[in-house]
Design a protein around this ligand. Structure first.
Ligand code: 5GP
Length: 191
């Protein structure tokens, strides 16, 4: 997605050789106009998959997931990183290791939020080692629902996530694919 790559080039800050900071439009301050376009793009890509629900993890996945749900006119679920008292017993949960925080979190969704009839699209802001996406596939499959695809805003293709998701057989589509962040430079994989 051209506009997204332009924003990454102009506003992204590289930290070390593995982390990209995009706090001005995605991870802290959010650009709703760009998010709307991202949602429409994902909706176009996955329109033939009969998506019944979109799922993500709080908090950075919520903006692109919500816009995708809006474009597809389906509900959006975000897995919670803390178990609230309002969550019913018997919630579905799995451990996810956070690449940026370097800690494991248990994430939860309420039982019954997904059913065996659901065709679920996973949306996330970044793909690094694939822990978040693979965790979500587990929760979806625990509910007996089907993962129809994974939409990623920014894929860091030099990390293992893409390989792991391809290997597991999930259709993955990323709007920007980064080949390298070496020397403070963002190099994209051009299609
Ligand atoms: P994974 O689970 O694929 O290893 O990592 C993806 C998750 O870690 C994303 O949900 C995202 O929040 C966070 N993440 C991974 N790499 C980056 C990065 O370079 N920049 C930012 N801002 N978040 C990242």
């Amino acid at each position: 997605m051209k506009e997204l790559k332009k924003r990454i080039r102009e506003e992204g800050k590289v930290i070390g050789s593995e982390i990209l900071k995009v706090d001005h439009f995605l991870n802290h301050q959010i650009d709703p106009v760009l998010m709307f376009k991202i949602g429409e793009k994902f909706a176009d890509i996955f329109e033939n998959k009969e998506v019944s629900k979109v799922i993500t993890i709080e908090s950075s996945g919520i903006a692109p997931a919500l816009m995708t749900g809006l474009a597809l006119k389906v509900p959006v679920i975000f897995a919670r990183k803390k178990k609230p008292v309002t969550l019913d017993e018997g919630s579905l949960s799995t451990e996810i290791f956070s690449f940026t925080k370097q800690v494991s979190n248990t994430v939860y969704i309420e039982k019954g939020m997904l059913t065996a009839d659901d065709h679920v699209l996973i949306i996330d802001d970044f793909l690094a080692n694939g822990e978040a996406s693979l965790g979500l596939t587990k929760i979806i499959e625990m509910a007996g629902a089907v993962v129809v695809g994974i939409g990623i805003v920014i894929e860091k293709s030099f990390q293992d996530g893409r390989k792991r998701l391809d290997h597991a057989g999930y259709p993955v589509f990323s709007l920007a694919r980064i080949a390298s962040l070496e020397n403070g430079q963002v190099t994209f994989i051009e299609r």
